[in-house]
Design a protein around this ligand. Structure first.
Ligand code: SF4
Length: 425
């Protein structure tokens, strides 16, 4: 059968690609796993495909397929610092057995670990944040380099994965390939035996799905194989397989995504959530804490190990928290209306006087005409819900402002004889 070729991975936002994914899933419904992977590597994303493997109980099957297709395909292993030593030994054993020549470990950012998980117990109090720091964040720059990546996920593993297709289009316009989507538990075991694949040393001890040591437990006979992961917690995925709203990415739902955070030239998923009345200062995570709440609960919030931001409303004095700014991964400045300029002063204090180098975001009334002015003051992220402004950002249609009555920094050079009227160089 002659198979139609998908358009190359670029450019992004090509609706034809979504349609192509749907067609691919139809064509490959019956295709064996090796065929799916081979086609993905040679026709869909040649030279642009990576594999992410946990080197867990079933990983040998996918990696065996990879070795047959191309042993030099890049395979990334998330070295979270929390693995069983048996897993680390297994990485080396499988590499050697399968002849994989491009296995690379990815490590968490050490500064993040020291800052948010100094005792190494974040998995206990806030596993979502722990996975975010140790898995999602380190993986992001890697996946950004590729048009697609291969996972070993299977439909039978959880109810949530029950609709997993061979090909998914993610919200950031990448392709996830799941060659084993249709494998049953029995298929996995049969494959391992048929091909003489080495077993993870812990499999025989009752570990059926193996991730980080603190979050993995033995599974009883007849139990869901992933029941031993984050046992007792309402958590099923580590986050790297979430697309939006925790759902499995799907070609039918991907185009509907509407992120509101504009940063680094694109709309991206926002890791922060709004602070709600009743939120606990000691346990809050990925929230912007209102400045007065911070001042009233300073000790508790400084002891809180989770990532936090600071919310500055008009009338709040950023000077009052100068010494603690390093605690926050983001400062959100509220702009309640077009005529209220207090947020600009806050941003300038942060970026210029305090040299605050993390995210400074504008929230509230963020409109097209204001964004260039906000940028001048050091704001580097914008929460935008106003549809015409969203379109202007997407299409790079922001107004140019080159005459300033209050010059900022060194980029704005005076021209003419009137010292208060200055122009960008
Ligand atoms: S699986 Fe557990 S230890 Fe590993 S990163 Fe996630 S929460 Fe942390």
């Amino acid at each position: 059968m002659a198979l139609p070729k998908l358009a190359p991975a670029q450019p992004a936002h090509d609706k034809l690609r979504a349609l192509g994914i749907i067609a691919l899933n139809g064509m490959f419904d019956e295709m064996d796993a090796l065929g799916v992977l081979r086609y993905a590597a040679s026709d869909v994303l040649p030279g642009d495909l990576a594999i992410v493997s946990s080197f867990g109980a079933d990983s040998a099957v996918l990696l065996h397929l990879v070795a047959q297709v191309d042993p030099s395909l890049p395979v990334y292993f998330l070295e979270t610092g929390k693995h069983f030593t048996e897993t680390l030994d297994y990485v080396e054993a499988l590499k050697k057995h399968l002849g994989l020549i491009n296995v690379q470990a990815i490590y968490p950012n050490q500064a993040d670990v020291e800052r948010f998980d100094p005792a190494g117990t974040l998995w206990e109090t806030d596993p979502d944040s722990c996975c975010h720091i140790r898995k999602t964040e380190p993986l992001e720059p890697i996946t950004e380099q590729f048009g697609g990546w291969v996972t070993g996920r299977k439909r039978f593993q959880t109810v949530e994965r029950g609709v997993l297709p061979h090909f998914e289009l993610t919200s950031d316009d990448r392709i996830k390939v799941n060659p084993l989507a249709y494998f049953s538990d029995a298929d996995v075991n049969r494959y391992k035996i048929e091909h003489g694949l080495p077993e993870h040393p812990l499999f025989a001890k009752g570990y059926k799905s193996i991730g980080c040591a603190p979050c993995t437990s033995v599974v009883a006979e007849g139990e869901d194989p992933r029941a031993g992961r984050w046992r007792g917690l309402n958590k099923k995925e580590c986050g790297i397989h979430f697309d939006f709203n925790g759902a499995i990415a799907s070609p039918m739902t991907a185009p509907a995504t509407r992120h509101t955070l504009w940063k680094n030239g694109g709309f991206i998923a926002d890791p922060f959530h709004a602070w709600a009345e009743g939120d606990e200062p000691t346990g809050a995570s990925y929230k912007h804490v209102p400045l007065p709440v911070f001042l009233a609960n300073r000790e508790a919030i400084l002891a809180n190990p989770h990532p936090l931001g600071l919310l500055v409303a008009p009338g709040d004095r950023i000077e009052d928290v100068e010494a603690d700014l390093h605690r926050f991964a983001s400062v959100a400045i509220q702009f309640p209306g077009f005529t209220d300029g207090r947020g600009y002063s806050t941003a300038r204090l942060l970026s210029q006087r305090y040299q605050y180098a993390n995210e400074i975001r504008a929230i509230g009334d963020v409109l097209q005409d204001q964004i260039p002015l906000m940028r001048r003051c050091g704001i580097n992220a914008f929460v935008v819900t106003h549809e015409p402004t969203r379109q202007a950002l997407i299409e790079n249609r922001l107004p140019e402002v080159n005459i300033f009555y209050q010059p900022v920094g060194t980029a704005e050079i005076p021209v003419g004889t009137r010292p208060f009227l200055r122009r960008v160089s």
